[in-house]
Write a protein that binds this ligand. Sequence first.
Ligand code: DGL
Length: 267
Amino acid sequence: MEAPIGVFDSGVGGLTVVREIVRQLPNENVIYFGDTARVPYGSKSKDTVLKFSRQIVRFLMTKNVKAIVVACNTASALALEDMRDELSVPVIGVVRPGAKMAADVTETKNVGVIATDATIKSHIYNDYIRQLNPDITVVGKACPLFVPLVEEGLLEDRITDDMVDRYLSEMKQYNVDALVLGCTHYPLLINPIKRYMGDKVTLVNPAYETAKELKTLLEANSLLNKDSKKASYNFYVSDGVDKFKVFADKVLPINVNDVNVVDIESY
Ligand code: DGL
């Protein structure tokens, strides 16, 4: 089916999910919305994130999307379950695929989760992982300064190494052998985090797991695009087109020329 997949995030971070969709599902057309005017979601309340997410879904539905990916961990944690029954197309978030992978790979049964404040406070990773295996202990840690570090492009920098040390030192004490990068921006810090945690810790990238699960979902619903025409990618934001383009060019393996502004409050 040629209809696009709708993907949304609080801003630019969800492009790490688009990157995996481009790699794993190269035939699929994508409509992306980044709520760059209202980012961050990670410090906002459930009511606000739910209201914003509903507006974005209404916008995506006007583009006749065949499925929706909530590419934001915070929106997946706070809004997805409330919206699921309201939707006429299949929807997936990034939290459940990441939680499943973590539960699968841990041997010490100690899993670390790093994410925004709101995602950690929601306990959603904890709940999903322990539903899969109640013997697992989940250690959560909010790392709020990682998002601005990534957005400033400080992926390899002394300040970033210092922050990794400060946020992740307790993960070492808990003997975790799987660490979920539970925020859209964190996969871009995979190198400093890997250096710090060492080879024995598996870093779980929910963006990668989500694209895999999206493929399964599309197959199960006979929604895969069988057309071999070059896939199209359309990007929408609520503000800051130029900044978005710069970030997108760094993250995506495709050229991002066309970015449009949407008055998301009107949806
Ligand atoms: N996209 C958000 C997430 O994955 C991070 C940025 C924000 O706080 O909005 O949780």
